[in-house]
Design a protein around this ligand. Structure first.
Ligand SMILES: [Fe+2]
Length: 313
C-alpha cells in the first residue's frame, strides 16, 4: 500500500522562471500590489499581506517557465516521513530532506512530477506578521493552473503522491484539486504541452478585487479576460499578462469545501457556466495564447539535471 507522502496544509508560494526578471519584479511590486522582500540581479522575492514570507519568487531564465510550487507541511518530521514515502513511490528527491537554504528558510524537500515540474514541501519557514490596511492588494498566491499533455496521469499523480482531492472537473478539459478547504489550489488543463497556464492571487473581497482591477486600469493595464465569475470554484476572475507574458489573475471568493459533504461534479463547458455574471464573454485568442505559454520541460531540462524524462514511475 502506497500512501500520499504528506498532508499538505496550503499552497505557500510559486517560483516563476522569467525572461524579464527586472521588469516583472517592478510590475509585481509597483503595480500588482505585492511587496519586494529580497532581490538581486538573478531574482526577486515578493510577499502579499498574508503571513507567508513570500508568495512569489522570480528567477532569471532564458525562457519563461515554472521554477517550483511550494506547499506548506506541518513539521520537519513530516518532511522526513515524506522522503521515506517518496521512495515507496519510486521517486528520488531532487534535494532534501533538510534545510532548504532558500530565502525564507525552512526545512523541506523537492522532487519532480511526471512532467518535470518541481514540487517543494516545506515546513518551519520564517514567520512574518500580516500586513494590515484595506489596500486592494493580494493576500498571497491561492492557486496555480498547469497545462499538461495527460490530464488523467497528472491528476492520478497529485492524488496518489500528494494526497490532493479532485473538487470538480470541467468536462475532460480541466481538473480542480484541493489540499485544504479551498476548492482548488492546483488545476490541470489538458493541452499540447506542459507549461504554466496562470498563477492566481487572492483578494480579500470582491470590493478589493474590483479596486485592484481599477488600480491596474490607472496604470494603463486592462484585463486579458474578465472581470467575471467562474462556475467551478465560484471565484471571481480577472486575468492579466505580466511583462514576460506570463498570466496572473486576481481572484476572490473561492468556494469553501466541507470535506465529507462535497460531491465532485463534471461541469459542462458552456458560456453561462464559465462566466456566471455574463460580464467576461468568451476567452479571446490572445488570452488563450498567453495561457498556453511555451513548452516547459522543467527539471528535465535544467543545467546539471541528473534526471531524465520518463525516468520516474
Ligand atoms: Fe485561476
Amino acid at each position: 500500500m502506497r500512501h500520499p507522502i504528506a498532508r499538505l496544509r496550503s499552497l505557500r508560494s510559486v517560483e516563476l522562471r522569467t525572461s524579464a526578471v527586472a521588469e516583472s519584479a517592478d510590475f509585481y511590486a509597483n503595480v500588482w500590489g505585492l511587496r519586494l522582500v529580497d532581490g538581486d540581479a538573478g531574482g526577486a522575492w515578493l510577499r502579499g499581506t498574508g503571513d507567508q514570507h513570500h508568495a512569489l519568487q522570480l528567477t532569471h531564465a532564458e525562457r519563461n517557465g515554472l521554477g517550483r510550487i511550494s506547499f506548506a507541511v506541518g513539521t520537519p518530521r513530516e518532511i522526513d516521513e515524506a522522503a521515506r514515502r517518496l521512495a515507496q513511490h519510486g521517486i528520488v528527491p531532487l534535494s532534501g530532506p533538510g534545510p532548504t537554504g532558500n530565502v525564507g528558510a525552512g526545512y523541506g524537500l523537492q522532487f519532480a512530477d511526471l512532467e518535470g515540474r518541481v514540487i517543494e514541501l516545506v515546513a518551519e519557514t520564517l514567520a512574518v506578521p500580516k500586513i494590515g490596511g484595506d489596500d486592494a492588494v493580494p493576500v498571497g498566491v491561492t492557486h496555480v493552473v498547469l497545462n499538461t499533455v495527460d490530464i488523467d496521469a497528472a491528476v492520478r499523480f497529485y492524488e496518489d503522491v500528494l494526497g490532493m482531492r479532485v473538487s470538480d472537473w470541467s468536462e475532460h478539459q480541466m481538473a480542480f484539486l484541493r489540499c485544504n478547504s479551498d476548492h482548488h489550489s492546483i488545476a490541470f488543463n489538458q493541452s499540447g504541452w506542459a507549461s504554466v497556464n496562470h498563477v492566481a492571487y487572492e483578494m480579500p473581497t470582491v470590493d478589493h478585487f474590483m479596486r485592484g482591477i481599477g488600480r491596474l486600469r490607472h496604470h494603463g493595464i486592462t484585463p486579458l479576460w474578465g472581470p467575471g465569475k467562474h462556475g467551478p470554484g465560484d471565484n471571481t476572475f480577472s486575468y492579466f499578462a505580466d511583462p514576460a507574458g506570463l498570466v496572473c489573475e486576481y481572484t476572490s471568493g473561492i468556494a469553501q469545501i466541507v470535506e465529507d459533504q462535497w460531491l465532485c461534479r463534471v461541469w459542462r463547458r458552456v458560456p453561462e457556466l464559465s462566466d456566471l455574471w455574463g460580464t467576461a464573454g468568451p476567452p479571446s485568442q490572445r488570452v488563450r495564447e498567453h495561457m498556453a505559454g511555451i513548452p516547459d520541460a522543467g527539471a528535465f531540462d535544467r543545467p546539471g539535471s541528473t534526471i531524465e524524462q520518463g525516468a520516474l514511475s
